[in-house]
Design a protein around this ligand. Structure first.
Ligand SMILES: Nc1nc2c(c(=O)[nH]1)N[C@H]1C(S)=C(S)[C@@H](COP(=O)(O)OP(=O)(O)OC[C@H]3O[C@@H](n4cnc5c(=O)[nH]c(N)nc54)[C@H](O)[C@@H]3O)O[C@H]1N2
Ligand SMILES: Nc1nc2c(c(=O)[nH]1)N[C@H]1C(S)=C(S)[C@@H](COP(=O)(O)OP(=O)(O)OC[C@H]3O[C@@H](n4cnc5c(=O)[nH]c(N)nc54)[C@H](O)[C@@H]3O)O[C@H]1N2
Ligand code: SF4
Ligand SMILES: [Mo]
Length: 707
C-alpha cells in the first residue's frame, strides 16, 4: 500500500513543500505539496533528485579508505578512529593549525550539520577554517555585521508586497532565489506585475529573469558599485530623512555628490538617462526594493555593492517596511544559539592568512588563499584537510591549483556521500545518508525568507544501522580528537549530552525558548504535526529592536567601506581597458552547483557547458556556432563548445559553474558522461574583493580563440 510523506525539499534555498508517495522503502513519485501555504504546490525539476540521490548506485554507503591508490570499505569505528588519529598526528607533528577545514554549501541545507558543525570545527583548534561563504555571500555578512551589528541580520526583499523590484546580478528564475527564500519565484514575479508593479534587471546577460522583467539593463561586469553610487546621487538630490536610530546620513549625502550619472556611464555601460530614470522610478514607487545577489557578491567590489544596496533601500524609506527590504523573524533563530554553536555576531581581521595576509571574517579565512596556504613551505603550513559537504576543486578559484595542493597533503578526510573531484584526494571518506533518510528543518532559510513560516519533517526512510548522519560523524570525530588530547570529564559530558539531545532535541528547545514558544506555544511536536508547514504571516518591521549593534543603531557609513571607495575610484581613471573578453558565470535550472550531475534526469538534453558569445564578438574572433573555443586566463585554459547569442553583452562571455567531472578517479558515472569543463580552471585566486577576501568570479579577463 502506498503512503504519503510531506517535507520541504532541501536542495536549494526555496524550501518548496514536496509530497512523496512511497511504498516500503521505495519512492513512487515526488510532487509539489499543494497544501503548503508558502510554496502552494510549486517545485522545480531538481526535486526529483531527492529520489535520484536516495537510489544512486554511485552514492557511498560505507566509509572508504584509500590505500596504495585503491579504495576499500571499512567499518565506522575503524574509520572514525583512523580519521581522528590521522588529524591528531599531523597536529602533533606540525601544530594545531596544520589541519585545515573547508565547509561546503550543503551544510547550510542540513539540519544536523548546521547545529553541530561549529562544535566539530572548534574541536580542531585551527585558524585555517574556510567555507563556501567566501565564494558566495561573504560581503553581505560582513556588511551586515558593520551596519546592523550581526552577520546574520541580512535584509530580504519583500517580494510579495513591493511595487518596484530592482534586481542586480541575480537570476532567480534559474536559481530559485538566494538570500531570498521565495518558492515559485516566477509566480511571485507574475503577481508583482499583475498588481501594477515593475521589475528591472541589471545583468551583463539577458537572463531568464531579465526576459520576464519590464526592463533589462546591460552592465559591464564588476561596475555595479558605480551604478549604485550614481543612483544614490540622483536620489539624494532631494533631502532625505532616515529613522532616528540611523547614523551617517550626512556622510552619504556628501559622498554621493561626486557620482553624477555622466561620470559612471562609460565605465558601467549604462547611459546617464537610464540611471536617472531608474532613480526616479525607484523613488516614485509606492514601495521599492533593490536586491543584489551573486553577480554583485562575487566581484571585485562585492562589499561596496552589498553596502550601497542597503543604503539605497534605507535612504528611500524602503527599509524595514512592507514592500522594501525587511528582516524575517524565524521561530527557531540560530542567532540566539550559544556562540559555540552559531559563530556569533561576526568579526573581522582578528588574524590573517599566512601567505597573502588576508583578514579573517567571522572566524574564517578566504578560500581563495587555501591552496597557497597548503603549497607554500614554511611555518604554519597546512598539511592535512577535512572537507565537509564541499567540492572546492570545482567550486573555488583556480581549482587546478587546489587539486595539486590536495594531492600533496599528508592526510585528508572528506565527509561526503560521493567520490568526486575533491574527495578523490582524501585518505578517508565518511559518507552520510541521503536527504530522505534524515529529518529536516530549514534553520538557515527561515532567516532569509520572504514570509515567516515553519516546517519540520522526520526522516522518510530509516537510514539503517550501518549509516551515520553528518552530525553523528561530526560529534564522533570531535569527541575522538579531544580524547586523544586527554578529555576532561566536563567535555566528555558535553559530547555525551549533545549525542543524546541530537538535532531534534536542540530544535525542540530552540522552538520552546523562541519568540513563539512558551507554555502553549510552539514545540517540535506541534510543528511536526502541521505536515504542510505553518504560515506565520508576512514579514513585520523589527527595528530598532532587532539590531545587535551598540545602542541598537544602524551605521549607514561604516569607515571600512568608506575607505574601500578609493579602490573603486581608481577604476574610473584607468585610461585603456585591458585586452581580451570578460568572463562571467551562469546557473541552469537543472544544475545545482557541482553535485547533482549524477542524476540522469537533470543532465538530459543538449550539453549545457557551453561558452555563450555575442555574435559580433564571435565574428571578430572567427568563431561560428558549434565551433570549439579555447578560453585562456592567467591561470589556465579550457576548450568548450561555442553558442552564439545576442543575450550576452558585447565583450562578455559566459560559462556555467559546476562542471569539470572529467578528472581521473571520480566515481560519478552519469556526471562523467556529461563532464564539461570547470569554469574555476579559469577563475583567478588573486582576483578578490580586497575588503572581504571574497572570490571575484565576475569579469575574469580571458582570451578566446578557435580550438
Ligand atoms: N566560478 C564560480 N564558482 C562558484 C560559483 C559561481 O557562481 N561561479 N558559485 C559559488 C557558490 S554560490 C557556492 S555555494 C559554491 C559551492 O561550493 P561547494 O559547497 O564547495 O560545492 P558543491 O558543488 O555545493 O558541492 C557540495 C559537496 O557536498 C556533498 N554533499 C551534498 N549533500 C551533502 C550532505 O548532506 N552531507 C555531506 N557531508 N555532503 C554532502 C556533495 O557530494 C559535494 O561533494 O560554489 C561557488 N563557486
Ligand atoms: N538551478 C540552480 N539553482 C541554484 C544553484 C545552482 O547551481 N543551480 N545554486 C544555488 C546557490 S549555492 C546560490 S548562491 C544561488 C545563486 O543565485 P543567483 O545569484 O540568483 O544565481 P546566478 O545565476 O549566479 O546569478 C548571478 C547573475 O549575475 C550576473 N552577473 C555576473 N557578473 C555580474 C556583474 O558584475 N554585475 C551584475 N549586475 N550581474 C552580474 C550573471 O549573468 C547572473 O545572471 O543559487 C542557488 N540555486
Ligand atoms: S526550487 Fe529548490 S526547494 Fe523547490 S523543488 Fe526546486 S530545488 Fe527543491
Ligand atoms: Mo551559494
Amino acid at each position: 500500500m502506498a503512503s504519503v510523506h510531506y517535507r520541504a525539499c532541501n536542495l536549494c534555498e526555496a524550501m518548496c513543500g514536496v509530497r512523496i508517495e512511497y511504498e516500503g522503502n521505495k519512492v513512487l513519485s515526488i510532487r509539489g505539496d499543494e497544501e503548503d501555504p508558502f510554496s502552494r504546490g510549486h517545485i522545480c525539476p531538481k526535486a526529483t533528485a531527492l529520489q535520484a540521490l536516495y537510489e544512486d548506485p554511485d552514492r557511498l554507503r560505507q566509509p572508504m579508505r584509500r590505500r596504495d591508490g585503491q579504495w576499500e570499505p571499512i567499518s565506522w569505528d575503524e574509520a572514525l578512529d583512523a580519521a581522528a588519529k590521522g588529524l591528531h598526528e599531523v597536529q602533533q607533528r606540525h601544530g594545531t593549525s596544520a589541519v585545515g577545514v573547508y565547509l561546503g554549501n550543503p551544510n547550510v541545507h542540513n539540519t544536523g550539520s548546521l547545529l553541530m558543525a561549529s562544535l566539530f570545527v572548534r574541536s580542531l583548534k585551527t585558524k585555517h577554517r574556510y567555507s563556501a561563504t567566501s565564494v558566495d555571500q561573504l560581503p553581505h555578512m560582513l556588511v551586515a555585521y558593520w551596519m546592523f551589528g550581526h552577520q546574520l541580520l541580512l535584509p530580504v526583499p519583500d517580494l510579495d508586497r513591493t511595487q518596484y523590484f530592482l534586481v542586480l546580478g541575480a537570476n532567480p528564475i534559474a536559481s530559485n532565489g538566494s538570500l531570498m527564500t521565495a518558492p515559485d519565484v516566477r509566480g511571485r514575479i507574475d503577481a508583482l506585475k499583475a498588481r501594477g508593479g515593475r521589475m528591472v534587471v541589471v545583468d551583463p546577460r539577458r537572463t531568464e529573469t531579465a526576459e520576464r522583467a519590464d526592463e533589462h539593463v546591460f552592465i559591464t561586469p564588476g561596475t555595479d558599485a558605480l551604478l549604485l553610487l550614481a543612483l544614490l546621487h540622483e536620489v539624494m538630490k532631494s533631502p532625505r530623512t532616515v529613522p532616528p536610530f540611523v547614523d551617517g546620513l550626512e556622510v552619504i549625502t556628501s559622498l554621493v555628490k561626486q557620482y553624477p550619472p555622466e561620470r559612471v556611464a562609460a565605465a558601467t555601460g549604462v547611459s546617464a538617462d537610464t540611471i536617472r530614470r531608474i532613480a526616479k522610478d525607484f523613488t516614485a514607487a509606492k514601495s521599492a526594493v533593490a536586491y543584489g545577489r551573486m553577480g554583485t557578491s562575487v566581484q571585485a567590489f562585492g562589499s561596496l555593492c552589498a553596502w550601497l544596496i542597503s543604503v539605497l533601500n534605507l535612504v528611500t524609506g524602503n527599509f524595514d517596511r512592507p514592500g522594501g527590504a525587511m528582516f524575517p523573524s524565524p521561530v527557531f533563530d540560530p542567532r540566539t544559539l550559544p556562540k559555540a554553536l552559531s559563530g556569533g555576531r561576526g568579526s573581522h581581521g582578528r588574524w590573517k592568512s599566512r601567505v597573502r595576509g588576508l583578514p579573517e571574517t567571522g572566524g574564517e579565512l578566504p578560500v581563495a588563499t587555501l591552496a597557497e596556504d597548503i603549497l607554500t613551505p614554511g611555518e604554519g603550513r597546512i598539511r592535512a584537510m577535512v572537507t565537509l559537504a564541499g567540492n572546492p576543486v570545482l567550486s573555488t578559484p583556480n581549482g587546478r591549483q587546489l587539486d595539486t595542493a590536495f594531492a600533496g597533503l599528508e592526510f585528508m578526510v572528506a565527509i561526503d556521500p560521493y567520490l568526486n573531484e575533491t574527495t578523490r584526494h582524501a585518505h578517508l571518506i565518511l559518507p552520510p545518508p541521503s536527504p530522505l533518510e534524515r529529518e529536516h528543518y530549514d534553520i538557515a532559510f527561515h532567516l532569509l525568507s520572504v514570509r515567516n513560516t515553519t516546517r519540520y519533517a522526520r526522516a522518510l526512510f530509516d537510514k539503517g544501522p550501518n549509516a551515520r548522519h553528518d552530525w553523528e560523524i561530526l560529534l564522533g570525530l570531535g569527541k575522538r580528537l579531544e580524547a586523544l588530547r586527554g578529555l576532561s570529564l566536563q567535555r566528555r559530558l558535553t559530547w555525551a549530552a549533545l549525542e543524546r539531545l541530537g538535532p531534534s532535541g536542540m530544535l525542540d528547545l530552540g522552538l520552546r525558548l523562541g519568540p513563539r514558544g512558551g507554555l502553549r506555544g510552539l514545540s517540535l511536536k506541534k510543528v511536526e504535526k502541521a505536515v504542510h508547514g505553518i504560515d506565520l504571516g508576512p514579514l513585520e518591521p523589527v527595528l530598532p529592536g532587532a539590531l545587535q549593534s551598540k545602542g541598537r543603531r544602524v551605521e549607514l557609513a561604516p569607515k571600512q567601506l568608506l575607505a574601500d571607495l578609493a579602490r573603486l575610484e581608481a577604476t574610473l581613471t584607468v585610461s585603456t581597458p585591458p585586452a581580451g573578453l570578460m568572463l562571467i558565470n551562469r546557473r541552469h535550472l537543472r544544475d545545482n552547483n557541482s553535485w547533482l550531475h549524477n542524476a540522469p534526469k537533470l543532465v538530459s538534453g543538449a550539453p549545457r557547458c557551453t561558452l555563450l558569445v555575442h555574435p559580433e564578438d564571435a565574428q571578430a574572433l572567427g568563431l561560428a556556432a558549434g565551433d570549439r573555443a579555447r578560453v585562456r586566463s592567467r591561470v589556465g585554459e579550457v576548450v568548450v563548445p561555442v553558442e552564439l547569442t545576442a543575450s550576452m553583452m558585447k565583450g562578455v562571455v559566459s560559462l556555467p559553474h559546476g562542471y569539470g567531472h572529467g578528472r581521473e578517479g571520480v566515481r560519478l558515472q552519469v556526471a562523467a558522461a556529461h563532464a564539461g569543463e570547470s569554469v574555476n580552471d579559469l577563475t583567478d585566486e588573486l582576483a578578490i574583493d580586497a575588503l572581504s577576501g571574497n572570490a571575484a568570479f565576475s569579469a575574469v579577463r580571458v582570451e578566446v580563440s578557435r580550438a
